[in-house]
Write a protein that binds this ligand. Structure first.
Ligand SMILES: [Zn+2]
Length: 224
């Protein structure tokens, strides 16, 4: 283990400091200062308000809250683009613990990650939302369902589009197959980050078309 640390030094993704042997994923100081949102036990929290008038949801929560320029954004960056799956799983476990403690997410039936286009998934090697969903599933004892909600369109980089173009782009990107699997179920839709909410809204619209289906949403981060 010590030799591995010398050959492949592990660093804290937030501050860039070398990790000590007892530190996992984050240094103790960044871990102690994690900007928790407390949305999980806060009805009408900003994540829920984000969907008002757009999507009929039961509840929404994020683990962390920060501004776009915060160094804590680097956690998701490391997880999403640098292959740090263990870090993502660890954050997913933190989120699961808080959802369970709040008691507000006990009636979830099935956990659904926001899908990646198969080509993107192949290039990245994994879907980051699935890793979070699997951590939630393990802790909450509910299954992950990945084959019903599908991404059919390879969306181009969204940041270069205006907001209307962006919505058209994302709204048509998803489809549902064998939607009866969601009939009468409370679906927990999962993604890594909530910013504009456009992707989650597009997915949620499809899910809520299934009869008697209810929807809640969780993400690792909420960006102000
Ligand atoms: Zn640090």
């Amino acid at each position: 283990m010590a030799i591995l640390d010398l050959l492949f030094p592990r660093v804290c993704p937030v501050c860039g400091r070398l990790l000590l042997r007892r530190e996992r994923y984050l240094c103790l100081s960044c871990l102690a200062d994690l900007p928790f949102s407390f949305f999980w036990s806060w009805p009408n929290n900003p994540a829920e308000v984000c969907f008002w008038g757009r999507l009929h949801i039961e509840r929404a929560a994020s683990l962390l809250i920060y501004r776009e320029e915060s160094p804590y954004r680097k956690i998701l960056h490391a997880f999403k683009y640098n292959g740090c799956k263990g870090l993502g799983r660890h954050m997913g476990e933190m989120l699961a613990k808080r959802l369970l403690e709040s008691g507000l997410y006990n009636d979830i039936d099935v956990i659904v990650p926001v899908p990646l286009h198969p080509l993107k998934r192949w290039k990245r090697g994994y879907n980051q939302a699935t890793i979070i969903a699997e951590a939630l599933s393990k802790a909450m004892g509910r299954p992950v369902e990945e084959r019903v909600l599908r991404r059919k369109k390879f969306t181009s980089t969204q940041t270069k589009k205006d907001s209307i173009g962006r919505w058209d782009n994302v709204a048509e990107a998803f489809s549902i197959k064998n939607g009866s699997k969601f009939t009468g179920r409370h679906v927990l839709l999962v993604d890594d980050v909530l910013t504009t909410g456009a992707t989650l809204e597009a997915c949620g619209q499809h899910i809520l078309k299934q009869e008697g289906c209810r929807l809640s949403i969780v993400t690792l981060a909420y960006v102000e």
